[in-house]
Design a protein around this ligand. Structure first.
Ligand SMILES: [Ca+2]
Ligand SMILES: [Ca+2]
Length: 152
């Protein structure tokens, strides 16, 4: 967390108003998206998104999912060690996957075949790099993941 916070205050991620979205964010539909370049665990990713007035991304449609996957595959962004956190978790009730910001159940899903697999111990959702950014469940304590924040 300290590292990303440091970057926030040293210019890399300073949000400057520029049309619909701050500088360095991607605009799509009614949302703005911020892609981190630093690895943190799920909890720190949540905190970081809050610091910039956003929340971990909530992927509500195939269209939004494709937009995000394509933007990552275009290598506009740094390749993450494991993947990118999204705001998906079943930490409250096992196998009830919810979006952490809205509290909505995940109606649209894009689990990779065989996922989620480690049901009791992997409670956080991630776009997994080595499977083309399909969704996996992962240990929330995995700190080798980047993350995506969204604000509307
Ligand atoms: Ca969304
Ligand atoms: Ca898994």
């Amino acid at each position: 967390m300290l590292i990303v916070y440091h970057q926030l205050h040293t210019g890399n991620y300073i949000a400057v108003a520029n049309g619909a979205c701050p500088n360095g964010w991607l605009s799509h539909g009614l949302s703005c998206y911020f892609y981190s370049k630093t690895s943190v665990d799920f909890a720190d990713a949540m905190v970081f998104c809050k610091h910039i007035d956003a929340a971990l991304v909530e992927i509500e449609s195939d269209e939004e999912n494709k937009f995000i996957q394509n933007s990552l595959k275009n290598f506009t962004f740094k390749v993450p060690p494991h993947g990118y956190w999204i705001g998906l978790t079943d930490i409250e009730i096992e196998n009830e996957w919810k979006w952490i910001e809205s509290g909505n159940s995940a109606s649209y899903i894009d689990w990779n075949p065989g996922q989620p697999d480690l049901r009791q111990s992997e409670n956080c959702g991630i776009l997994w790099y080595s499977t083309g950014f399909t969704w996996h469940d992962d240990f929330c304590s995995d700190n080798l993941a980047f993350f995506i924040c969204e604000k509307e």
